[in-house]
Design a protein around this ligand. Structure first.
Ligand code: HEM
Length: 208
């Protein structure tokens, strides 16, 4: 058992096998409805990658950032050299998977344009025509801004601050500190936005 649990790949495969059993249960009790299941699958992958993304964002903000100053100076390099770069890999790619599945979901729900235009796509008269499109549209914009911050502000600045991949060997300590500060500020902005964003995401399916 310890050997099995010690291997992350096997554990993840086992998780998907259990989920496949649940699919079997659904199929057995409800019958198979292709389009419904395909939409559900997209939603499941969307929420799964979103949990990975926001989980890491909250790990950075609730655990890593407040704890780092308490770590003895000589132990801190381990964080910047090993743990944070690995976390940033999963962070930015789960953000990418979330937006891809999210856009696919909105497309599949036939409201991609309506949502991204905050339900103004039919003009101003009687706005909002479909309140759900406005509600999910706000969530999609918040999450899209967050995705932009991850890829175009946090990641490039963390690369500079931690010299990830050896791309910035010549930066001075003040330049590295400034890059780290910018990354941290935008990470905080994303933590702020994550709360209303998640409200909009869940409300779209259950409040409207
Ligand atoms: C730009 C990125 C994103 C886009 C375009 C997007 C888009 C969507 C869409 C279209 C839905 C379906 C709403 C419906 O009609 O039921 C949805 C649902 C949802 N999203 Fe996102 N989303 C994004 C980011 C996120 C993030 C970061 C999370 C964090 C976990 C998240 C969590 C959820 C949840 C929990 C649902 C509700 C699923 C349900 O109750 O059926 N989304 N999203």
């Amino acid at each position: 058992m310890a050997a099995f649990l010690g291997n992350l790949r096997n554990v993840v495969i086992a998780g998907f096998v259990l989920a496949a059993l649940l699919f079997g249960l659904y199929f057995y009790t409800q019958g198979y409805d292709g389009p419904t299941f395909e939409l559900f699958l997209m939603r499941w992958l969307h929420v799964g990658s979103g949990v990975m993304w926001i989980g890491l964002l909250w790990y950075f903000n609730f655990v890593s950032t407040p704890t780092t100053p308490k770590i003895p100076e000589e132990l801190r390099p381990a964080l910047g050299r090993y743990i944070t770069p690995a976390a940033l890999w999963w962070f930015r790619w789960s953000a990418m998977a979330t937006i891809v599945f999210g856009i696919a979901l909105a497309w599949r729900n036939n409201y991609l344009v309506e949502a991204y235009t905050l339900d103004f796509s039919q003009g101003m008269a009687g706005w909002p025509l479909v309140p759900k499109y406005l509600g999910i549209g706000i969530g999609m914009w918040l999450a899209t801004i967050m995705w932009f911050n991850v890829w175009f502000v946090i990641w490039p600045n963390q690369q500079k601050a931690l010299n990830i991949g050896g791309k910035y060997p010549d930066l001075t300590p003040p330049e590295k500190a400034a890059a780290g500060k910018t990354a941290g500020m935008f990470s905080r902005i994303n933590t702020l936005l994550s709360i209303p964003m998640l409200f909009s995401m869940v409300a779209a399916g259950h409040l409207y």
